[in-house]
Design a binder for this molecule. Structure first.
Ligand code: NAD
Ligand code: HJL
Length: 227
């Protein structure tokens, strides 16, 4: 079965950090990049984040431009893409912005280790898809998303989910805005977290484009998965 075309979009400091060591969100990019990100959301079938990002930022993942929402509507889509949270243990708060803000479908992807009572509560607000035992089986989930008609998937981090998706060979392209600031801190999350690749498995990229944007640079990379 064809997997969805999947890309990561992220903003990082000049030293590769995507937030501070306290997981506090930092404004890394400017208005032009935020508008580009909004367009990516509006033209995707679904937007995915990890539970760490929901807990840290309370992201709503909505399309901000009214014109883009109307354009989606006029084509018969919901105003917002399907919003997906990778949440093995069903920790998404019931009052999270992702449930409160904007119309459209939500998917909470949980694993067999999620408490049944919380899963039941989440089912009132979203489609809950269960895969894996201790944590979400991302390959199985992606197949299920594909069978639901999701063809274009935007992944908005954070570091742990980026790692899990990349190391499972599920990402086609990475778009990374590099901003004009340094965040520092060994424990501050970087674009890709997780356990990291070992020398022989390091993932190669092919540079597709680079563009000066706001006060930084937008880099677009294709992931070379088949080496
Ligand atoms: N600058 C940016 O573009 C940007 C974008 C998004 C998030 N962030 C930042 O990233 C930070 C959050 O990143 P993070 O790494 O803590 O959390 P994350 O958002 O990557 O979520 C990670 C969590 O996903 C869950 N998970 C479920 N199944 C999994 C699987 N199969 N593999 C891996 N994880 C799985 C785990 O509970 C894990 O803790 C926040 O500080 C946020 O502000 C920055
Ligand atoms: N492009 C970009 N530039 C930044 O400077 C920055 N800090 C983020 N961060 C992305 C992160 O995923 C946020 O959580 C969502 O941008 C929140 O999304 P909402 O506004 O709640 O829809 N993204």
């Amino acid at each position: 079965m064809d997997m969805p075309f999947t890309f990561i979009n992220s903003a990082m400091s000049a030293d590769g950090k995507i937030s501070t060591k306290e997981r506090k969100q930092v404004r890394i990019s400017g208005d032009v990049d935020f508008d580009r990100m909004d367009d990516l959301r509006a033209t995707s079938d679904a937007v995915m984040v990890g539970i760490g990002t929901i807990l840290a930022d309370d992201s709503s993942l909505t399309v901000k431009s009214e014109a883009r929402r109307s354009s989606r509507k006029s084509k018969g889509y919901d105003e917002n893409p399907i919003r997906i949270v990778i949440d093995s243990k069903a920790r998404t708060p019931l009052d999270a912005d992702i449930f409160i803000k904007g119309e459209g479908k939500r998917i909470i992807a949980v694993s067999g280790s999620a408490p049944a009572d919380k899963v039941e509560m989440l089912q009132q607000k979203a489609l809950v898809i269960k895969t894996g035992y201790e944590q979400v089986d991302l390959c199985a989930l992606m197949k299920e998303l594909s069978s639901m008609g999701i063809r274009r998937l935007m992944v908005e981090g954070g570091a742990t989910l980026n790692w899990a998706m990349l190391s499972s060979g599920l990402v086609d392209e990475v778009y990374s805005f590099v901003g004009n600031l340094l965040i520092g801190g060994t424990s501050a999350p970087t674009l890709v977290g997780g356990v990291g690749f070992v020398e022989n498995d390091i993932l190669p990229l092919k540079l597709m484009s680079l563009e000066k944007m706001d006060e930084g640079v937008l880099l677009k990379w294709a992931v070379i998965n088949d080496v």
